[in-house]
Design a protein around this ligand. Structure first.
Ligand code: PGA
Length: 248
């Protein structure tokens, strides 16, 4: 098995960072995306809502994807101050949306609401990056599998066609902490996640403290289809470095 031949996804989650001035930093990434170093993978940027239009214009002539970091579950316009729905994201050029990120689960999003959001995003013809993961406490109590199982079951309830869904496995304790799971644990958890799907295994990404150093061990985990990268993705050089190291 040669990792360099595998089609991998690299999703940049910018969280609540970035301004119009950040657009300049993308030039390097655009240039890189056109080089043959990346002909076997796909870069996807998920900036804050305020930058989606500008990013999508900037990426007009290249293969870099664009996504939102969340969306409202409503399908129509409505009196929901501060919210943006999947159709609105699609309308300004997004092709992807992250749903169920633990930073939003912590603020009250539950599996049922996440399920509604995923359905609305699929109807808007967005591809969904569906985040799941256990907290440190749940891990300590050996509840990782039951938590992931429930997140998948409820989050994807009544969704027949799962071909536009990516799973991002993000252990909550690994996000922004500098810690990553042991390789064998990560491998078996990803197998477990894939085993929850009878047909058409979803693509599974790993997220949580991915950086330019640990990518050399993470890339060896050969059931992964890519990475969801927070902190390190805001720096173009680091982001490119992670992609390059995955393929060398
Ligand atoms: P991190 O974030 O890479 O900064 O840990 C990952 C994420 O929250 O998606």
């Amino acid at each position: 098995f040669i990792m360099t031949n595998k089609y991998m996804y690299f999703v940049a989650n910018w969280k609540m960072y970035g301004a119009l001035s950040s657009l300049n930093t993308l030039n390097k990434v655009i240039k890189f995306s056109k080089s043959k170093d990346i002909n076997k993978g796909r870069l996807i940027y998920c900036p804050p809502y305020t930058l989606i239009s500008s990013f999508s214009k900037k990426f007009k002539n290249c293969q870099i994807g664009i996504g939102g970091q969340n969306c409202h579950e409503g399908e129509n316009y409505g009196p929901y101050t501060g919210s943006v729905n999947a159709h609105m994201l699609k309308n300004i050029g997004a092709q992807f949306v992250i749903i169920g990120h633990s930073e939003n689960r912590e603020r009250g999003e539950n599996d049922k609401l996440i399920n509604l959001k995923i359905k609305s995003a699929l109807r808007a013809k967005l591809k969904v990056i569906f985040c799941i993961g256990e907290t440190l406490n749940q891990k300590k109590q050996k509840k990782t599998r039951s938590i992931l199982s429930k997140q998948i079951k409820v989050g994807l309830n009544n969704i027949k066609n799962k071909s536009n869904i990516f799973i991002a496995y993000e252990p909550v304790w690994a996000i922004g902490s500098g810690f990553i799971p042991k390789s064998e644990d990560l491998f078996t958890t990803v197998q477990y996640i894939k085993s929850k799907f009878k047909v058409n295994f979803p693509k599974v990404l790993y997220g949580g403290s991915v950086n330019t150093q640990n990518i050399t061990s993470l890339k060896e985990i050969n059931n992964l289809d890519g990475f969801l990268i927070g902190g390190a993705s805001q720096n173009a050089k680091k982001f490119i470095d992670i992609v390059k190291k995955t393929y060398t």
